[in-house]
Unconditional design. Structure first.
Length: 343
């Protein structure tokens, strides 16, 4: 049954910064801003895709939402209530994290009965043993591990990667959460079974009203499953909006480069040097960059970009952190790699 939803966000980050101590190449102590003043709202029953290259801060943001990392600046709110200090157990019942690696996130020495049953007993201590077993079987049915009786007493070592990830999702669902933070849940799975996991996440959202933050570097899967897409670069959100709008009309030069570098099966001619732009690596979060953090790699860089940090501009249904959109409703897109201006 779909839950009744309110108008406000279920989970939100407001000007959130996560700062780690690190060292530069010379061994000097530096401040690493893995997330830098990030604001993001997650609303009931939607799937939000958070995309970006490795090292852009996606996982750090998810772990801040899960309160594994405490904010150094800004705050996390759950149903409008600020979460401070160590949250109560009830918070973790409502916000669950699904890890990237299903081979490391499940204890191979314990049966599925133990793994799922322990989660249920911690959060629902009033249930009897038979009631716990009934819920485990129901969860296995829900994630399409059927017949459930054939799986309940198996060990994770006897399961495939896709089956293990389904157990991880079942464990998250065991406490009936409001939000699931799925950290690249398909990246370690065979291509042939990734679609099954994405369809499972979509079914969970539709049937149970669960909000899902889907973290990925794969724009194709993000487009397939998400309602809204947020693009992260070097610890900052640089563009967000309805998924189809972001994919079909990317505004930020980084989003354009990211999409252009993605594999495209519709290309009929062999790729030639220069056809696919080289987007390199995200800027080092410990590196001080004046103005826009993308300016060293931006094909549309202006003098202003190296001097002033851009705010978020609203362009149609999208929000873009780029000076190209200062006071302009629909400016010309950034210059493409072939030297032609995009319409």
């Amino acid at each position: 049954m779909t839950r009744t939803t309110g108008s406000g966000p279920v989970l939100s980050a407001d000007q959130l910064s996560i700062i780690f101590d690190g060292k530069d190449a010379a061994g000097h102590a530096v401040e690493v801003r893995a997330c830098n003043k990030v604001s993001l709202d997650l609303h009931a029953g939607e799937i939000v895709a958070l995309v970006g290259e490795s090292g852009s801060g996606k996982t750090t943001l998810a772990r801040a939402f899960a309160r594994i990392f405490a904010p150094d600046e800004g705050e996390i709110r759950f149903h409008g209530e600020r979460i401070t200090g160590r949250p109560k157990r009830s918070f973790y019942r409502h916000v669950q994290l699904v890890y990237q690696d299903p081979f490391a996130s499940l204890n191979s020495l314990k049966t599925i009965r133990h793994i799922l049953g322990r989660t249920i007993r911690i959060h629902k201590p009033e249930l009897t043993r038979s009631e716990v077993t009934a819920q485990i079987l129901q969860l296995l049915e829900m994630v399409a591990l059927t017949p459930a009786e054939d799986y309940i007493d198996r060990f994770p070592s006897s399961l495939s990667g896709g089956q293990r990830q389904r157990i991880s999702i079942a464990r998250a669902l065991a406490v009936e959460p409001d939000v699931i933070l799925a950290d690249e849940p398909t990246s370690m799975l065979d291509v042939s079974i990734r679609l099954d996991v994405l369809n499972l996440l979509d079914a969970i959202r539709r049937e149970r009203g669960v909000t899902i933050l889907y973290i990925t570097h794969d724009i194709a899967s993000a487009r397939y499953v998400s309602d809204r897409m947020c693009v992260m670069y070097s610890g900052e959100l640089v563009e967000s909006g309805p998924t189809e709008e972001v994919v079909s009309n990317p505004r930020h030069p980084y989003t354009q480069l990211l999409l252009a570098s993605a594999p495209d099966p519709s290309r009929t001619k062999p790729a030639e040097p220069g056809d696919t732009p080289d987007v390199d690596e995200p800027a080092d979060p410990s590196q001080a960059i004046s103005g826009c953090r993308f300016n060293p790699r931006c094909p549309a860089v202006m003098d202003r970009c190296t001097a002033e940090k851009p705010p978020l501009f609203t362009v149609g249904e999208q929000q873009v952190k780029c000076w190209l959109y200062d006071g302009v409703e629909a400016p010309t897109r950034a210059r493409s790699t072939d030297g032609e201006h995009r319409p």
